[in-house]
Every structure is written in C-alpha cells, then in structure tokens.
Design a protein around this ligand. Sequence first.
Ligand code: ADP
Ligand code: MG
Length: 259
Amino acid sequence: MNAMIVAHDLQRTYTMGEFEVHALRGVSFEIRRGEFVAIVGPSGSGKSTLMNMIGCLDTPTSGSYHLDGLPIEQLDPALLAAVRNRKIGFVFQQFHLLARSTALENVALPLAYRGGIPTAERHRMAAAALERVGLGDRMGHKPQELSGGQQQRVAIARALVTDPALLLADEPTGALDTKTSAEIMGLFADLNRAGMTVVVVTHEPDVARQTRRLLEIRDGQLVRDVLTADAWPDETHAQKARSRRLPTRQQWRLPHEYA
Ligand code: ADP
Ligand code: MG
C-alpha cells in the first residue's frame, strides 16, 4: 500500500479538571506520498489537535496512527523524537525563529539536534535550504531584519533542511497579508510538485483552494474529504480556482464561518 499516513478512529480527549474536551471524536483517513492536502474547519474544530497527531507531537487517547508503516503510539519517546527529526518538517503561524540568530543559524539548528554533522556541513545544508526558498541573499540577516514573508521562508527552510518526507504547516499564512500568503502557498505548491507530501491547516478558503485535497473537520469529526477542485459547484468555478482567481463566498462551498 502506498499510504504514508494511516489514521484510524483517532480520538483525543483533553481533561480539564472535572471537564473533558473531546477534541477529536473518531477521525479516520489516509494520505498517500506526494499529496497536497488542506485540513480546514472553524476555530476550535480540532485542526491543530489533529496536526499534532500527524506530526507525532501528541498521541491519541484511542485509535491508531501509522506513519510510513510505523505504529506511532507504540514507539518509545526517543524513537518518536528521531522519527520527528528524520521524517517531518513543521511550519507554524508564528514562525518560531530564534531572534538573536541569523537565518543561516536558525535553519541549521535541526541538524545540530540530530548530531554527528560537522558545523561546515550543517551550514552548507542550511545555505542550500535557504537557496531553495529564495533567500540565498539573506542568510546573515536576523529575523527582525526580515519581512514576515521572509521569516516564514526561513521557517520553511528550517523545516526542509533535514530533507523530511512530510511537511506539516499549521496556519502558515495566518500572520501574513494576502499577497505574501499566496507566495508562501506557491512555495508549498512548488515543493509538492518536486515530490514533497504537504499538509496545511487553514481556516482561509484562499489558502485551502491552492491545495489538491480538502479534509474538513468540524466538532472533532471528519465531515468532508474531497478534491479541492470539487469544492466548487461546477467546472467553471473549478477552472477559476485553477487560474487562481479569488472565489466569491457563493462560489466557495464551505460554510460562511471560514471566510
Ligand atoms: P483548531 O486548531 O481547529 O482551532 P484545536 O485542535 O486547537 O482546534 O482545539 C480543539 C478543541 O480542543 C478546542 O475546544 C480546544 O479548546 C481544545 N483544546 C485544544 N488543546 C487543548 C489543551 N491542551 N487542553 C485542553 N483543551 C484543549
Ligand atoms: Mg489551531
């Protein structure tokens, strides 16, 4: 089987004192190598909880999760950390760059965690990752000397430097303006075309429609799994989506709370 991700009946319950929050209520799906997927849904629907499972940052209360055939909830913490470092690149809304470090140093950091790679080699690999995201001329800059879009590119380079099989991004354009968001999504699309499996969490239709498959989650349940082009009511609108024209709210089939 060609599935990279196999999630079966994932449940995640957070206990808050006497209360239980059922963030995921039995979610099942598969993602194949090379897919470009958006996880969409309103705020609080469980998107980040699901992303943390996919990224092996959290384990389910019940259900099973396999990444590349590995039964994640059965791995010990050290092996899990190694799986994360080797297989997965993360991108977050708030970039999470070290303010006092240069772009090059930020990008080289995951290689230092891995250990066993000489400094010169780490810097060579970090430089290559920065070239790949179009920031070859900004390697010595610190985060505050870069625009929001450039900082997110640095974060993407940091995610890519370990050559992960899977790139996960949770609201990666949430802190960016529309034009910059489109550029960042364009970069994800380029990486996907080059073979990277990409999963992006978003509540923005403009962001989601640049992917190829939509998983919609609502109150902790998967309510829709469609090709992104089919999220528009007819071929005309699918063509418009492909030509990157903005959809109106009526053309976009997702409920109003995403817009
Ligand atoms: P989304 O990313 O779609 O906004 P989340 O996955 O962050 O949704 O949250 C889903 C639900 O789980 C929400 O009701 C949220 O309040 C709750 N939740 C998320 N993280 C925690 C946590 N660490 N402790 C308790 N409740 C949480
Ligand atoms: Mg979230």
